[in-house]
Design a protein around this ligand. Structure first.
Ligand code: C2O
Ligand code: CU
Ligand code: CU
Length: 507
C-alpha cells in the first residue's frame, strides 16, 4: 500500500484539502480548510532561557510577563500573551539537585503568576491560584529541582488562566540528571519539546476566546492544532532518532496522536520521569497537562519523504465538538546523518507502589452541581482543606466521575502512580510510571496511589480542563508534619472573590 509519505514524494497529493477529505471525511471543517494551508510554517523551537548569574546557590533567571506579537500562521501577526512575550515561553533547563531562582516581573495589566507544573516545591514558590503577581510587581520563585529528570512545564495559575494560557502563557521546564545523560538518548538539537494546543483564529488572525455557560461547562475548543505556537507546522529532520517531549497544553481538548499510518512511537517517559522500559505504540492519547517523552526513529524513511503526525480524536462522548483539522504537524526527512544515540531496554528503575503501601483511602466525587464543576459537591474555597495527608505517608485517592465529561485530575507537589484502571485492570505499561495528571473517564471510578513527600503546607488539586478548574473543580490538601495542621505556609486567601458569574446549566 502506498503510504502518505510515498505519495508526497511522488507528488501525487498536491493539495492537502483533497487529502483531508479523503482521509478524514467526517472531520473536514467546512470553510476554513481552503484558507489555512497546513505545514506552511516551520516549527519554532522555544529559546532556552540564559541565567543572568550562577553561584553556589543555583542558577538565577529573569522573566517578564507581557504581551507580544507572533506569526501563528500565514497572514497577519497575532497579539499573544507570554513569558518574555513569546508563546511558548523560553525553556528553562535545570539540573537535578541544583536550584533555579526565577525573578518574574508582571508587565501586563492583569494579575498573573508562575506555577511550575509537576514540581515538588515549598508552597511559597508553588504559584497557587491566589498567590498572584500584580501588574508592575516582581517576585522570586525558588525551585529546588530535587526530583526526577523529566519534562515539566510552567504556566499562569491565577483564576483566569484559562484565557491566559489560551493566549500563550506556558513554557517548558526540563530537568536533566547524570543518570539520564548516561543513557545516551537523543539529545541537544535532537531533543525537541512540542507543546500541542488547539486554538481558533478569526479572519484577522486574532485569537478568539470567550467564556459563556457552554464553555464553562464544556471547555474552550479551537478548530486548529498549534505546535509550539504555530498552526500545523513542519519540521525538517535527519534520518535518525529524535526525542520529542510532547505536552498536551490545550484548554480542554484531548488528543490521540498517530504518526503516518500508525508508525511506531517509542514512549520512554511520562509526567514525572523515565519509564522502566521503552514502550512502542502506534497511537498515543494525550490528556491536558500530560507529558510524554517519545523517541521517533526516522531512519526507516527515505530522505526526501515526509510523514504527518495526526490527531485521531475529533469528537468525544456526547459532546458537540467543533470540527478540527486532523493534522498536528509534518516531519520532512531532508538529510542523512549518523546516529550515535540509543534507546536502552532498561531506562530507569521505577518502584511500583502497591495498594498495601497506602495508610488511607479517600474518595472524591467529580460532578456538575448547581452550575459549577465540583469535587464532593463543593466548589473551590481557599478557606477549606479537603484532606490532611501526613508528610512521608502514602494514600490512595479514588476519583469517581459522575458526569458525562472527562476530567483530568492534577495534584500539586506530588508525583503518583495509577492503580486500577476503569476496567479493574492494571494500567498499560506506558501509564505505569510517575504521573501528576490523570484523566478520569465519564461515569468511572479510577484510583491513584500518592506518596506525600517533600514539604508540608497547603496545595491545590484540580481538574486540568482549564475552564473546569476555574469554575471551580479545585480542592486543597494540607500535607501535615509532626507539628500538625496550620503550622506551615498556606495559600493566601484574604483577597478571594469568586470570579464566577452565576451560571446555570444551559440547554
Ligand atoms: Cu498545570 Cu495546578 O496546574
Ligand atoms: Cu501543577
Ligand atoms: Cu474537568
Amino acid at each position: 500500500m502506498l503510504r502518505r509519505r510515498d505519495l508526497l514524494k511522488r507528488g501525487v497529493i498536491g493539495g492537502s484539502a483533497a487529502y483531508l477529505a479523503w482521509r478524514f471525511p467526517s472531520l473536514m471543517p467546512p470553510a476554513r480548510a481552503g484558507r489555512l494551508e497546513p505545514f506552511s510554517l516551520p516549527l519554532p523551537i522555544p529559546p532556552v532561557l540564559q541565567p543572568v548569574r550562577r553561584d553556589a546557590s543555583g542558577d538565577f533567571y529573569e522573566l517578564t510577563m507581557k504581551s507580544g506579537r507572533a506569526q501563528l500562521r500565514d497572514g497577519a501577526a497575532t497579539e499573544i500573551w507570554g513569558y518574555d512575550g513569546i508563546w511558548p515561553g523560553p525553556t528553562i533547563r535545570a539540573t537535578r539537585g541544583r536550584p533555579t531562582h526565577v525573578r518574574a516581573t508582571n508587565l501586563m495589566s492583569r494579575d498573573v503568576n508562575i506555577h511550575n507544573h509537576g514540581h515538588k516545591v515549598p508552597v511559597e514558590s508553588d504559584g497557587g491560584p491566589l498567590d498572584v503577581i500584580h501588574p508592575g510587581e516582581s517576585r522570586a520563585y525558588v525551585y529546588p529541582n530535587d526530583q526526577n529528570a523529566s519534562t515539566y512545564w510552567y504556566h499562569d495559575h491565577t483564576m483566569g488562566n484559562a484565557e491566559s494560557i489560551y493566549r500563550g502563557m506556558a513554557g517548558f521546564y526540563l530537568i536533566t540528571d547524570p543518570a539520564e545523560d548516561a543513557l545516551n538518548l537523543p539529545s541537544g538539537e535532537y531533543d525537541i519539546p512540542l507543546m500541542i494546543q488547539d486554538r481558533t483564529l478569526d479572519g484577522e488572525n486574532r485569537l478568539t476566546y470567550g467564556l459563556n455557560e457552554k464553555t464553562i461547562e464544556e471547555g474552550t475548543l479551537g478548530d486548529t492544532l498549534f505546535v509550539n505556537g504555530v498552526a500545523m507546522p513542519h519540521m525538517e529532520v535527519a534520518n535518525r532518532k529524535y526525542r520529542f517531549r510532547f505536552l498536551g497544553a490545550a484548554n480542554r481538548r484531548t488528543l490521540g496522536l498517530r504518526l503516518g499510518d500508525g508508525d511506531p512511537m517509542i514512549v520512554i517517559g511520562s509526567d514525572g520521569g523515565l519509564l522502566e522500559a521503552p514502550v512502542s505504540l502506534s497511537a498515543l492519547p494525550i490528556f491536558n497537562g500530560e507529558r510524554w517523552d517519545v523517541v521517533i526513529d526516522f531512519s526507516g524513511y527515505p530522505v526526501g519523504s515526509s510523514v504527518v503526525l495526526h490527531n485521531t480524536r475529533g469528537t468525544e462522548l456526547g459532546l458537540s465538538f467543533p470540527p478540527l483539522l486532523p493534522d498536528v504537524m509534518r516531519f520532512d526527512i531532508v538529510r542523512s546523518e549518523p546516529d550515535p544515540s540509543d534507546v536502552p531496554s532498561q531506562l530507569a528503575s521505577v518502584e511500583r507502589l502497591q495498594p498495601d503501601d497506602a495508610v488511607k483511602t479517600r474518595r472524591f466525587v467529580l460532578e456538575w452541581t448547581d452550575g459549577h464543576w465540583t469535587i464532593n459537591g463543593r466548589i473551590y474555597d481557599p478557606a477549606r482543606i479537603d484532606a490532611y495527608p501526613v508528610l512521608g505517608t502514602t494514600e490512595t485517592w479514588e476519583f469517581e466521575n459522575r458526569s458525562d465529561q472527562i476530567h483530568d485530575l492534577h495534584l500539586h507537589l506530588v508525583q503518583f502512580q495509577q492503580l486500577l484502571g476503569p476496567d479493574g485492570q492494571l494500567p498499560p505499561p506506558y501509564r505505569s510510571g510517575w504521573k501528576d495528571t490523570k484523566r478520569i473517564l465519564p461515569h468511572i471510578m479510577e484510583s491513584i496511589i500518592v506518596p506525600f513527600d517533600g514539604y508540608t503546607g497547603v496545595y491545590v488539586f484540580h481538574c486540568h480542563m482549564l475552564e473546569h478548574a476555574e469554575h471551580m473543580m479545585m480542592g486543597q490538601f494540607e500535607v501535615v508534619g509532626p507539628e500538625g495542621p496550620g503550622a506551615s505556609a498556606t495559600q493566601p486567601n484574604s483577597s478571594f472573590v469568586c470570579p464566577l458569574p452565576t451560571s446555570t446549566r444551559y440547554g
